[in-house]
Ligand binder design. Structure first.
Ligand code: SAM
Length: 466
């Protein structure tokens, strides 16, 4: 096996928490352990820089068969290493085609960060914990206000508005009292990492929701139109429920379930503060919610964000990603529940679209769960090919896994996250009629905003029912 293939396999194993670098290198059976270990460690050291260069050069979009970890190893060798000493095979020619662009992107990064050497990029990037570099994301709650009004409010408070960002690099370089609109999500404001808005009056009044960008993707990708019926299967503490309600414009119905009474109580407060009035909150085991119940006959959209190991949460990320892996038994138990919940959700008779998400990095809770559910649905559902330009895709453990999205501080400037979007397959002409109700996402174009003014603290009306 060539050293690059072995190194890519080790990096993939580390990312999916199968073990530490050392353990995976020794377990790889690659003969020159020292060479492999050095290459993996160096590639990992430059990981954030390489991710940024690969993303801005559009390498993975142009070369669909090149897997992200292989790309990282090869680009490291091309830009920072010693050329392709370990062969490089067919990818050597492919990389040669992109060499000029990759070098130009690396040079641009250095100019942007005001440094001249590759090592200096480390000072600003991966040497400090990437998790602490995640910007502060703030979702504008369109049930109570609009992005323009929120921007005006911050400008009056002395913040400097920079417009809509055009790339991740704009977000990475945010400093001081500058803020932006996110390039992808229409109503997401982005502030520098240290910004604390917990005491801000707009947050206190429910006009702003402090929510990581990755955690805004599930509701955005589910995209239920106003008037539709939605299940939020594991809903508390409710940030995604309030986002769904905003997309529904409080028209239609959200059936939100959770088992935990304490979390449900804080969810009721959160929903009331956010002005959510279309949600029925219930203390119930989602697995015991019957798809045959007439109340759910119109449910076409389900959000399933089940309990998970939380291994992608920035606070749990350590320097060596292999070190904090959840134990095997816990992973098995979580994955078992996640699989049951997903298969159960897919049996709701009118379901058209489902988003499955976790804040875990573990393959067992993500790609494996999705693969098992696709298998047990026997072709009724397929993965929707969402956000083609999103730089971080599912691990290639089964054909189509690239339709899944992953997120991490290094690649997307967010917490670690996983998302898969299921859509019902069209099987006949009558099915193609129902498919028309599923919205076609145009995620890069911001929907038109309707202005709605309301004073901070104005009345709310969530209806918790336990
Ligand atoms: N979607 C939530 C949000 O965005 O605020 C976060 C959900 S959290 C990751 C998972 C939730 O699933 C927990 O609140 C937990 O109590 C709930 N849960 C676990 N097992 C459940 C079950 N069988 N039925 C319903 N909820 C469950």
């Amino acid at each position: 096996m060539a050293v690059y293939t072995a190194a890519a396999a080790v990096l993939a194993g580390v990312e999916s928490r199968q073990g530490s670098i050392k353990g995976l290198v020794y377990g790889s059976r690659f003969q020159n352990v020292k060479q492999l270990y050095a290459l993996v460690c160096e590639t990992q050291r430059y990981s954030a820089v390489l991710d940024a260069v690969i993303a801005s050069a559009g390498l993975l979009r142009a070369e669909k068969k090149l897997r992200p970890h292989m790309a990282k190893v090869l680009v490291y060798e091309l830009l920072m290493g010693q050329g392709f000493r370990g062969g490089g095979g067919r990818w050597k020619a492919v990389l040669a085609r992109h060499q000029a662009r990759l070098k130009a992107e690396l040079a641009r990064l250095k100019v942007q960060r005001g440094v001249s050497r590759n090592e200096d990029l480390l000072e600003l990037g991966s040497k400090s914990d990437p998790a602490t570099q995640i910007p502060r994301y703030v979702r504008v709650n369109t049930l109570k206000t609009c992005a323009d009004d929120a921007v005006d409010y911050f400008k009056r408070q002395g913040f400097s508005y920079q417009g809509r960002a055009s790339s991740l690099e704009d977000l990475r370089t945010l400093k001081g009292k500058h803020f932006l609109l996110d390039p992808l999500l229409p109503e997401l404001l982005v502030f520098p990492a240290p910004t604390d808005l917990h005491e801000h009056p707009l947050y206190q009044a429910g006009h702003l929701i402090l929510q990581d960008k990755a955690s805004c993707l599930p509701a955005m990708l589910l995209a239920p139109p106003p008037g539709s019926h939605v299940i939020d299967a594991c809903a508390a503490p409710g940030n995604k429920t309030s986002h769904l309600a905003a997309l529904l414009k409080n028209q239609g119905k959200i059936f939100a379930f959770d088992l935990d009474p304490k979390r449900l109580a804080s969810m009721a407060t959160l929903l009331a503060r956010a002005g959510v009035s279309c949600c029925e909150l219930a203390e119930r085991d989602f697995l015991a919610v019957s798809p045959a119940d007439q109340r759910y006959r119109q449910v076409q959209y389900i959000l399933l964000d089940p309990s998970c190991s939380g291994s992608g949460m920035p606070t749990r990320q350590l320097e060596d990603p292999g070190a904090d892996a959840p134990c095997k038994e816990r992973l098995q138990a979580l994955a078992g529940f996640q699989q049951r919940a997903l298969s159960h959700a897919l049996t709701f008779p009118s379901l058209q679209r489902l988003v499955y998400s976790t804040c875990s990095l573990c393959r067992e809770e993500n790609e494996d769960v999705v693969q098992a559910a696709l298998h047990s649905s026997s072709g009724t559902f397929r993965l929707a090919p969402v956000l083609p330009s999103w730089p971080h895709r599912g691990l290639s453990t089964f054909p189509g896994a690239e339709h899944c999205l992953r997120a991490s501080p290094e690649t997307t400037l967010t917490g670690g996250f996983f998302i898969a979007v299921f859509e019902r397959q069209e099987v006949s002409s009558s099915a193609s009629q129902t498919a028309k109700v599923v919205p076609q996402l145009a995620p890069h174009s911001a929907p038109k905003r309707k202005k709605k003014r309301q004073k901070p603290g104005a009345g709310t009306s969530a209806r918790p029912c336990t």
